[in-house]
Design a protein. Structure first.
Lengths: 313, 279
């Protein structure tokens, strides 16, 4: 593998040679179209159409249990949703969850990746154990945490007892629930972030690190001047994707707490769910979901913009 | 240069951290083989059970619908993975190598669709599925799984192909191969690590998927593991009746993805490194 690896997000692409098409074979463009149409078709059907339909729904007052509903009410749902205290609380919770979980994950992942750089006996096993939560089904993770944190029979409270610290109802106490959910989210998703960090770290050119060492630099210099700049695209990618996924997270939080206690862990996706499937007010649910998408679209555009900037360098 | 003890401190810290990460998994495994009475203890010593009881596994395997859920999950995950692999390999290659007009736009567009929260899609997707008569079927579920597996897979495969040197394919074409032959016989074999990573990713995602299965599957005969287990072994969600059976079901549900993951994880770092760096 002697190909020099580019370190920017989009390296100057090797010019696609306009090889002459042979007789009877499709041109590059035709083949490209053919290969991409099936995927595009599925994406359009499964994502684009429902997206459009959702936007439409958000402008109606449709309630699934009321057949007479469904008339156009413009932006009223948006107004109701954005001024609703529950939605505002859910938005705040989502923000807290995302920022906290991401900060911890990134810090831990980078530190661990650095520590795992040099091989040692049992490194594979240690790495494997840390990455283990990733393939674990979310419902298994949820039940594991619920059981671990159980007030009476959970191992965590047993340990607190042994340390003479009072037992806590981690998931039942409104002041602790969100923090607990953050911990569970970090536990479940740290493996992914770690793998990305390891991958990014593996692409840092050794010669530059050697140069810093020869010049008498410390590990901090190495990190600051070589490692972080080289890993910038990878880190940006990890941040953007993880942010999107954490903001959209539903399964884990829903299974752990259902949004409670008393909405302490209510997040925007759960709000969408409860409005759509418990109040059956699909209009409002669609409006909230649309707001979420708009926010995320802003973030994604920012990422693409950053990527384009990199490739111009 | 660096003091000897720094190495040992580093390794010890890593080991401790790894063990802490392992605790929940350990706890599930232990709980599945602890006799129910011993499980309801208030003492730390319950972490290491004195007696081992495998009856929970027989309850799960022989007295419940678990085998049905398992086979449903397997079917759905395999088909999803297969379809995703084929589609994303083609699309990734097209985006990376074949210059068709609008290529850049399509690439960005596909990534943007990824930000759509699945929760949002439920109601409209439900009506689409209903009109296609695919509600409460595994085929319908496969299609919905594709919607969140496909974008990321295409992106990963595109990144992987973009990272391969084009000289090899060009050389093949100079030697007389058609575009398609160059693609299939040169590019695809080189992309196998990326394909493995993509397949791994899709399978795990599909196997663990909860929300769509919850909404779209109602009959027990087609239910997949996540909702099957949750509904069978809990009274209401969050209030399990039979903890040990639930834990045993959890272990059995996790085993396939664990095994696949452990055997193929070395492809993961390579696949993701390529995908991430080439955007």
């Amino acid at each position: 593998m002697s190909t020099p690896i580019s370190t920017s997000a989009r390296s100057p692409r090797p010019r696609l040679r306009r090889a002459r098409s042979k007789i009877g074979e499709p041109t590059a463009a035709t083949l490209g179209f053919l290969l991409i149409i099936p995927s595009l078709a599925i994406i359009c059907v499964i994502i684009l159409y429902p997206l459009g339909y959702t936007l439409y729904l958000s402008s109606t007052d449709k309630v699934l249990t009321d057949p007479s509903s469904g008339s156009f009410i413009g932006l009223e749902n948006y107004f109701t949703a954005l001024t609703d205290r529950n939605v505002q609380k859910a938005a705040l919770n989502t923000a807290i969850l995302t920022v906290a979980s991401l900060t911890i994950q990134l810090g831990l992942a980078f530190t661990l990746a650095m520590m795992l750089r040099r091989p040692f006996v049992g490194r594979g096993l240690v790495q494997g154990l840390i990455i283990l939560p990733w393939p674990l089904p979310t419902f298994v993770a949820a039940f594991a945490w619920i059981w671990m944190l159980d007030y009476d029979f959970g191992i965590v409270n047993h340990a607190l007892d042994a340390l003479h610290v009072p037992r806590q109802a981690f998931l039942g106490d409104p002041s602790l629930a969100l923090g607990t959910v953050v911990m569970a989210d970090v536990w479940k998703h740290l493996p992914w972030t770690l793998v990305v960090m390891i991958a990014g770290l593996s692409l840092v050119p050794n010669e530059q690190l050697e140069a810093v060492r020869v010049d008498g630099g410390t590990i901090m210099t190495e990190i600051w001047h070589v490692i972080l700049p080289t890993m910038r695209p990878v880190i940006v990618l990890a941040v953007v994707l993880r942010t999107i996924w954490t903001v959209n997270t539903f399964d884990l939080v829903f299974l752990l707490t259902g949004g409670g206690p008393v909405r302490a862990t209510d997040i925007v996706p759960i709000q969408v769910y409860t409005r759509t499937f418990q109040s059956f007010n699909v209009g409002e649910g669609a409006a909230i979901a649309s707001c979420l998408i708009i926010a995320l679209a802003g973030l994604a555009s920012l990422y693409l913009h950053l990527q384009d900037q990199e490739s111009d360098l | 240069m660096r003091p000897v003890w720094a190495g040992r401190v580093r390794v010890s810290a890593l080991v401790i951290f790894a063990l802490v990460m392992f605790v929940p998994v350990y706890w599930v495994a232990i709980a599945s083989i602890t006799p129910p009475a011993a499980l309801l203890s208030k003492r730390l010593s319950s972490a290491v059970p004195r007696q081992i009881d495998f009856s929970s596994y027989s309850r799960v395997l022989f007295e419940s619908d678990f085998p049905i859920y398992f086979s449903n999950s397997l079917l759905v995950a395999l088909i999803t993975t297969g379809a995703c692999l084929v589609l994303s390999t083609f699309a990734g290659y097209a985006l990376a190598r074949l210059g068709f007009p609008g290529r850049r736009f399509v690439g960005d567009f596909i990534l943007l669709t990824y930000i759509v929260p699945p929760v949002l899609l439920i109601v409209p997707l439900f009506s689409v599925m209903a009109s296609l008569r695919l509600v409460d079927t595994r085929t319908g579920l496969v299609i919905t799984h594709l919607c969140f597996v496909l974008p990321f897979s295409i992106w990963m495969m595109k990144g992987y192909f973009a990272g391969l040197p084009p000289q090899l394919e060009e050389a093949a074409r100079v030697d007389g191969a058609t575009r398609i032959q160059a693609m299939v016989h040169v590019a695809f074999p080189l992309a196998i690590p990326g394909m493995v990573a993509t397949a791994l990713f899709s399978f795990i995602l599909s196997w663990n998927e909860f929300l769509f299965a919850l909404i779209f599957l109602n009959s027990d005969s087609v239910r997949t593991l996540p909702i099957g287990v949750v509904s069978s072994f809990s009274g209401a969600v969050m209030q399990p009746r039979d903890w040990t059976a639930l834990m045993a079901a959890a272990v059995l549900s996790s085993a396939p993805v664990f095994l696949i993951f452990l055997s193929l994880q070395r492809f993961l770092v390579r696949g993701m490194a390529a995908g991430a760096m080439k955007g």
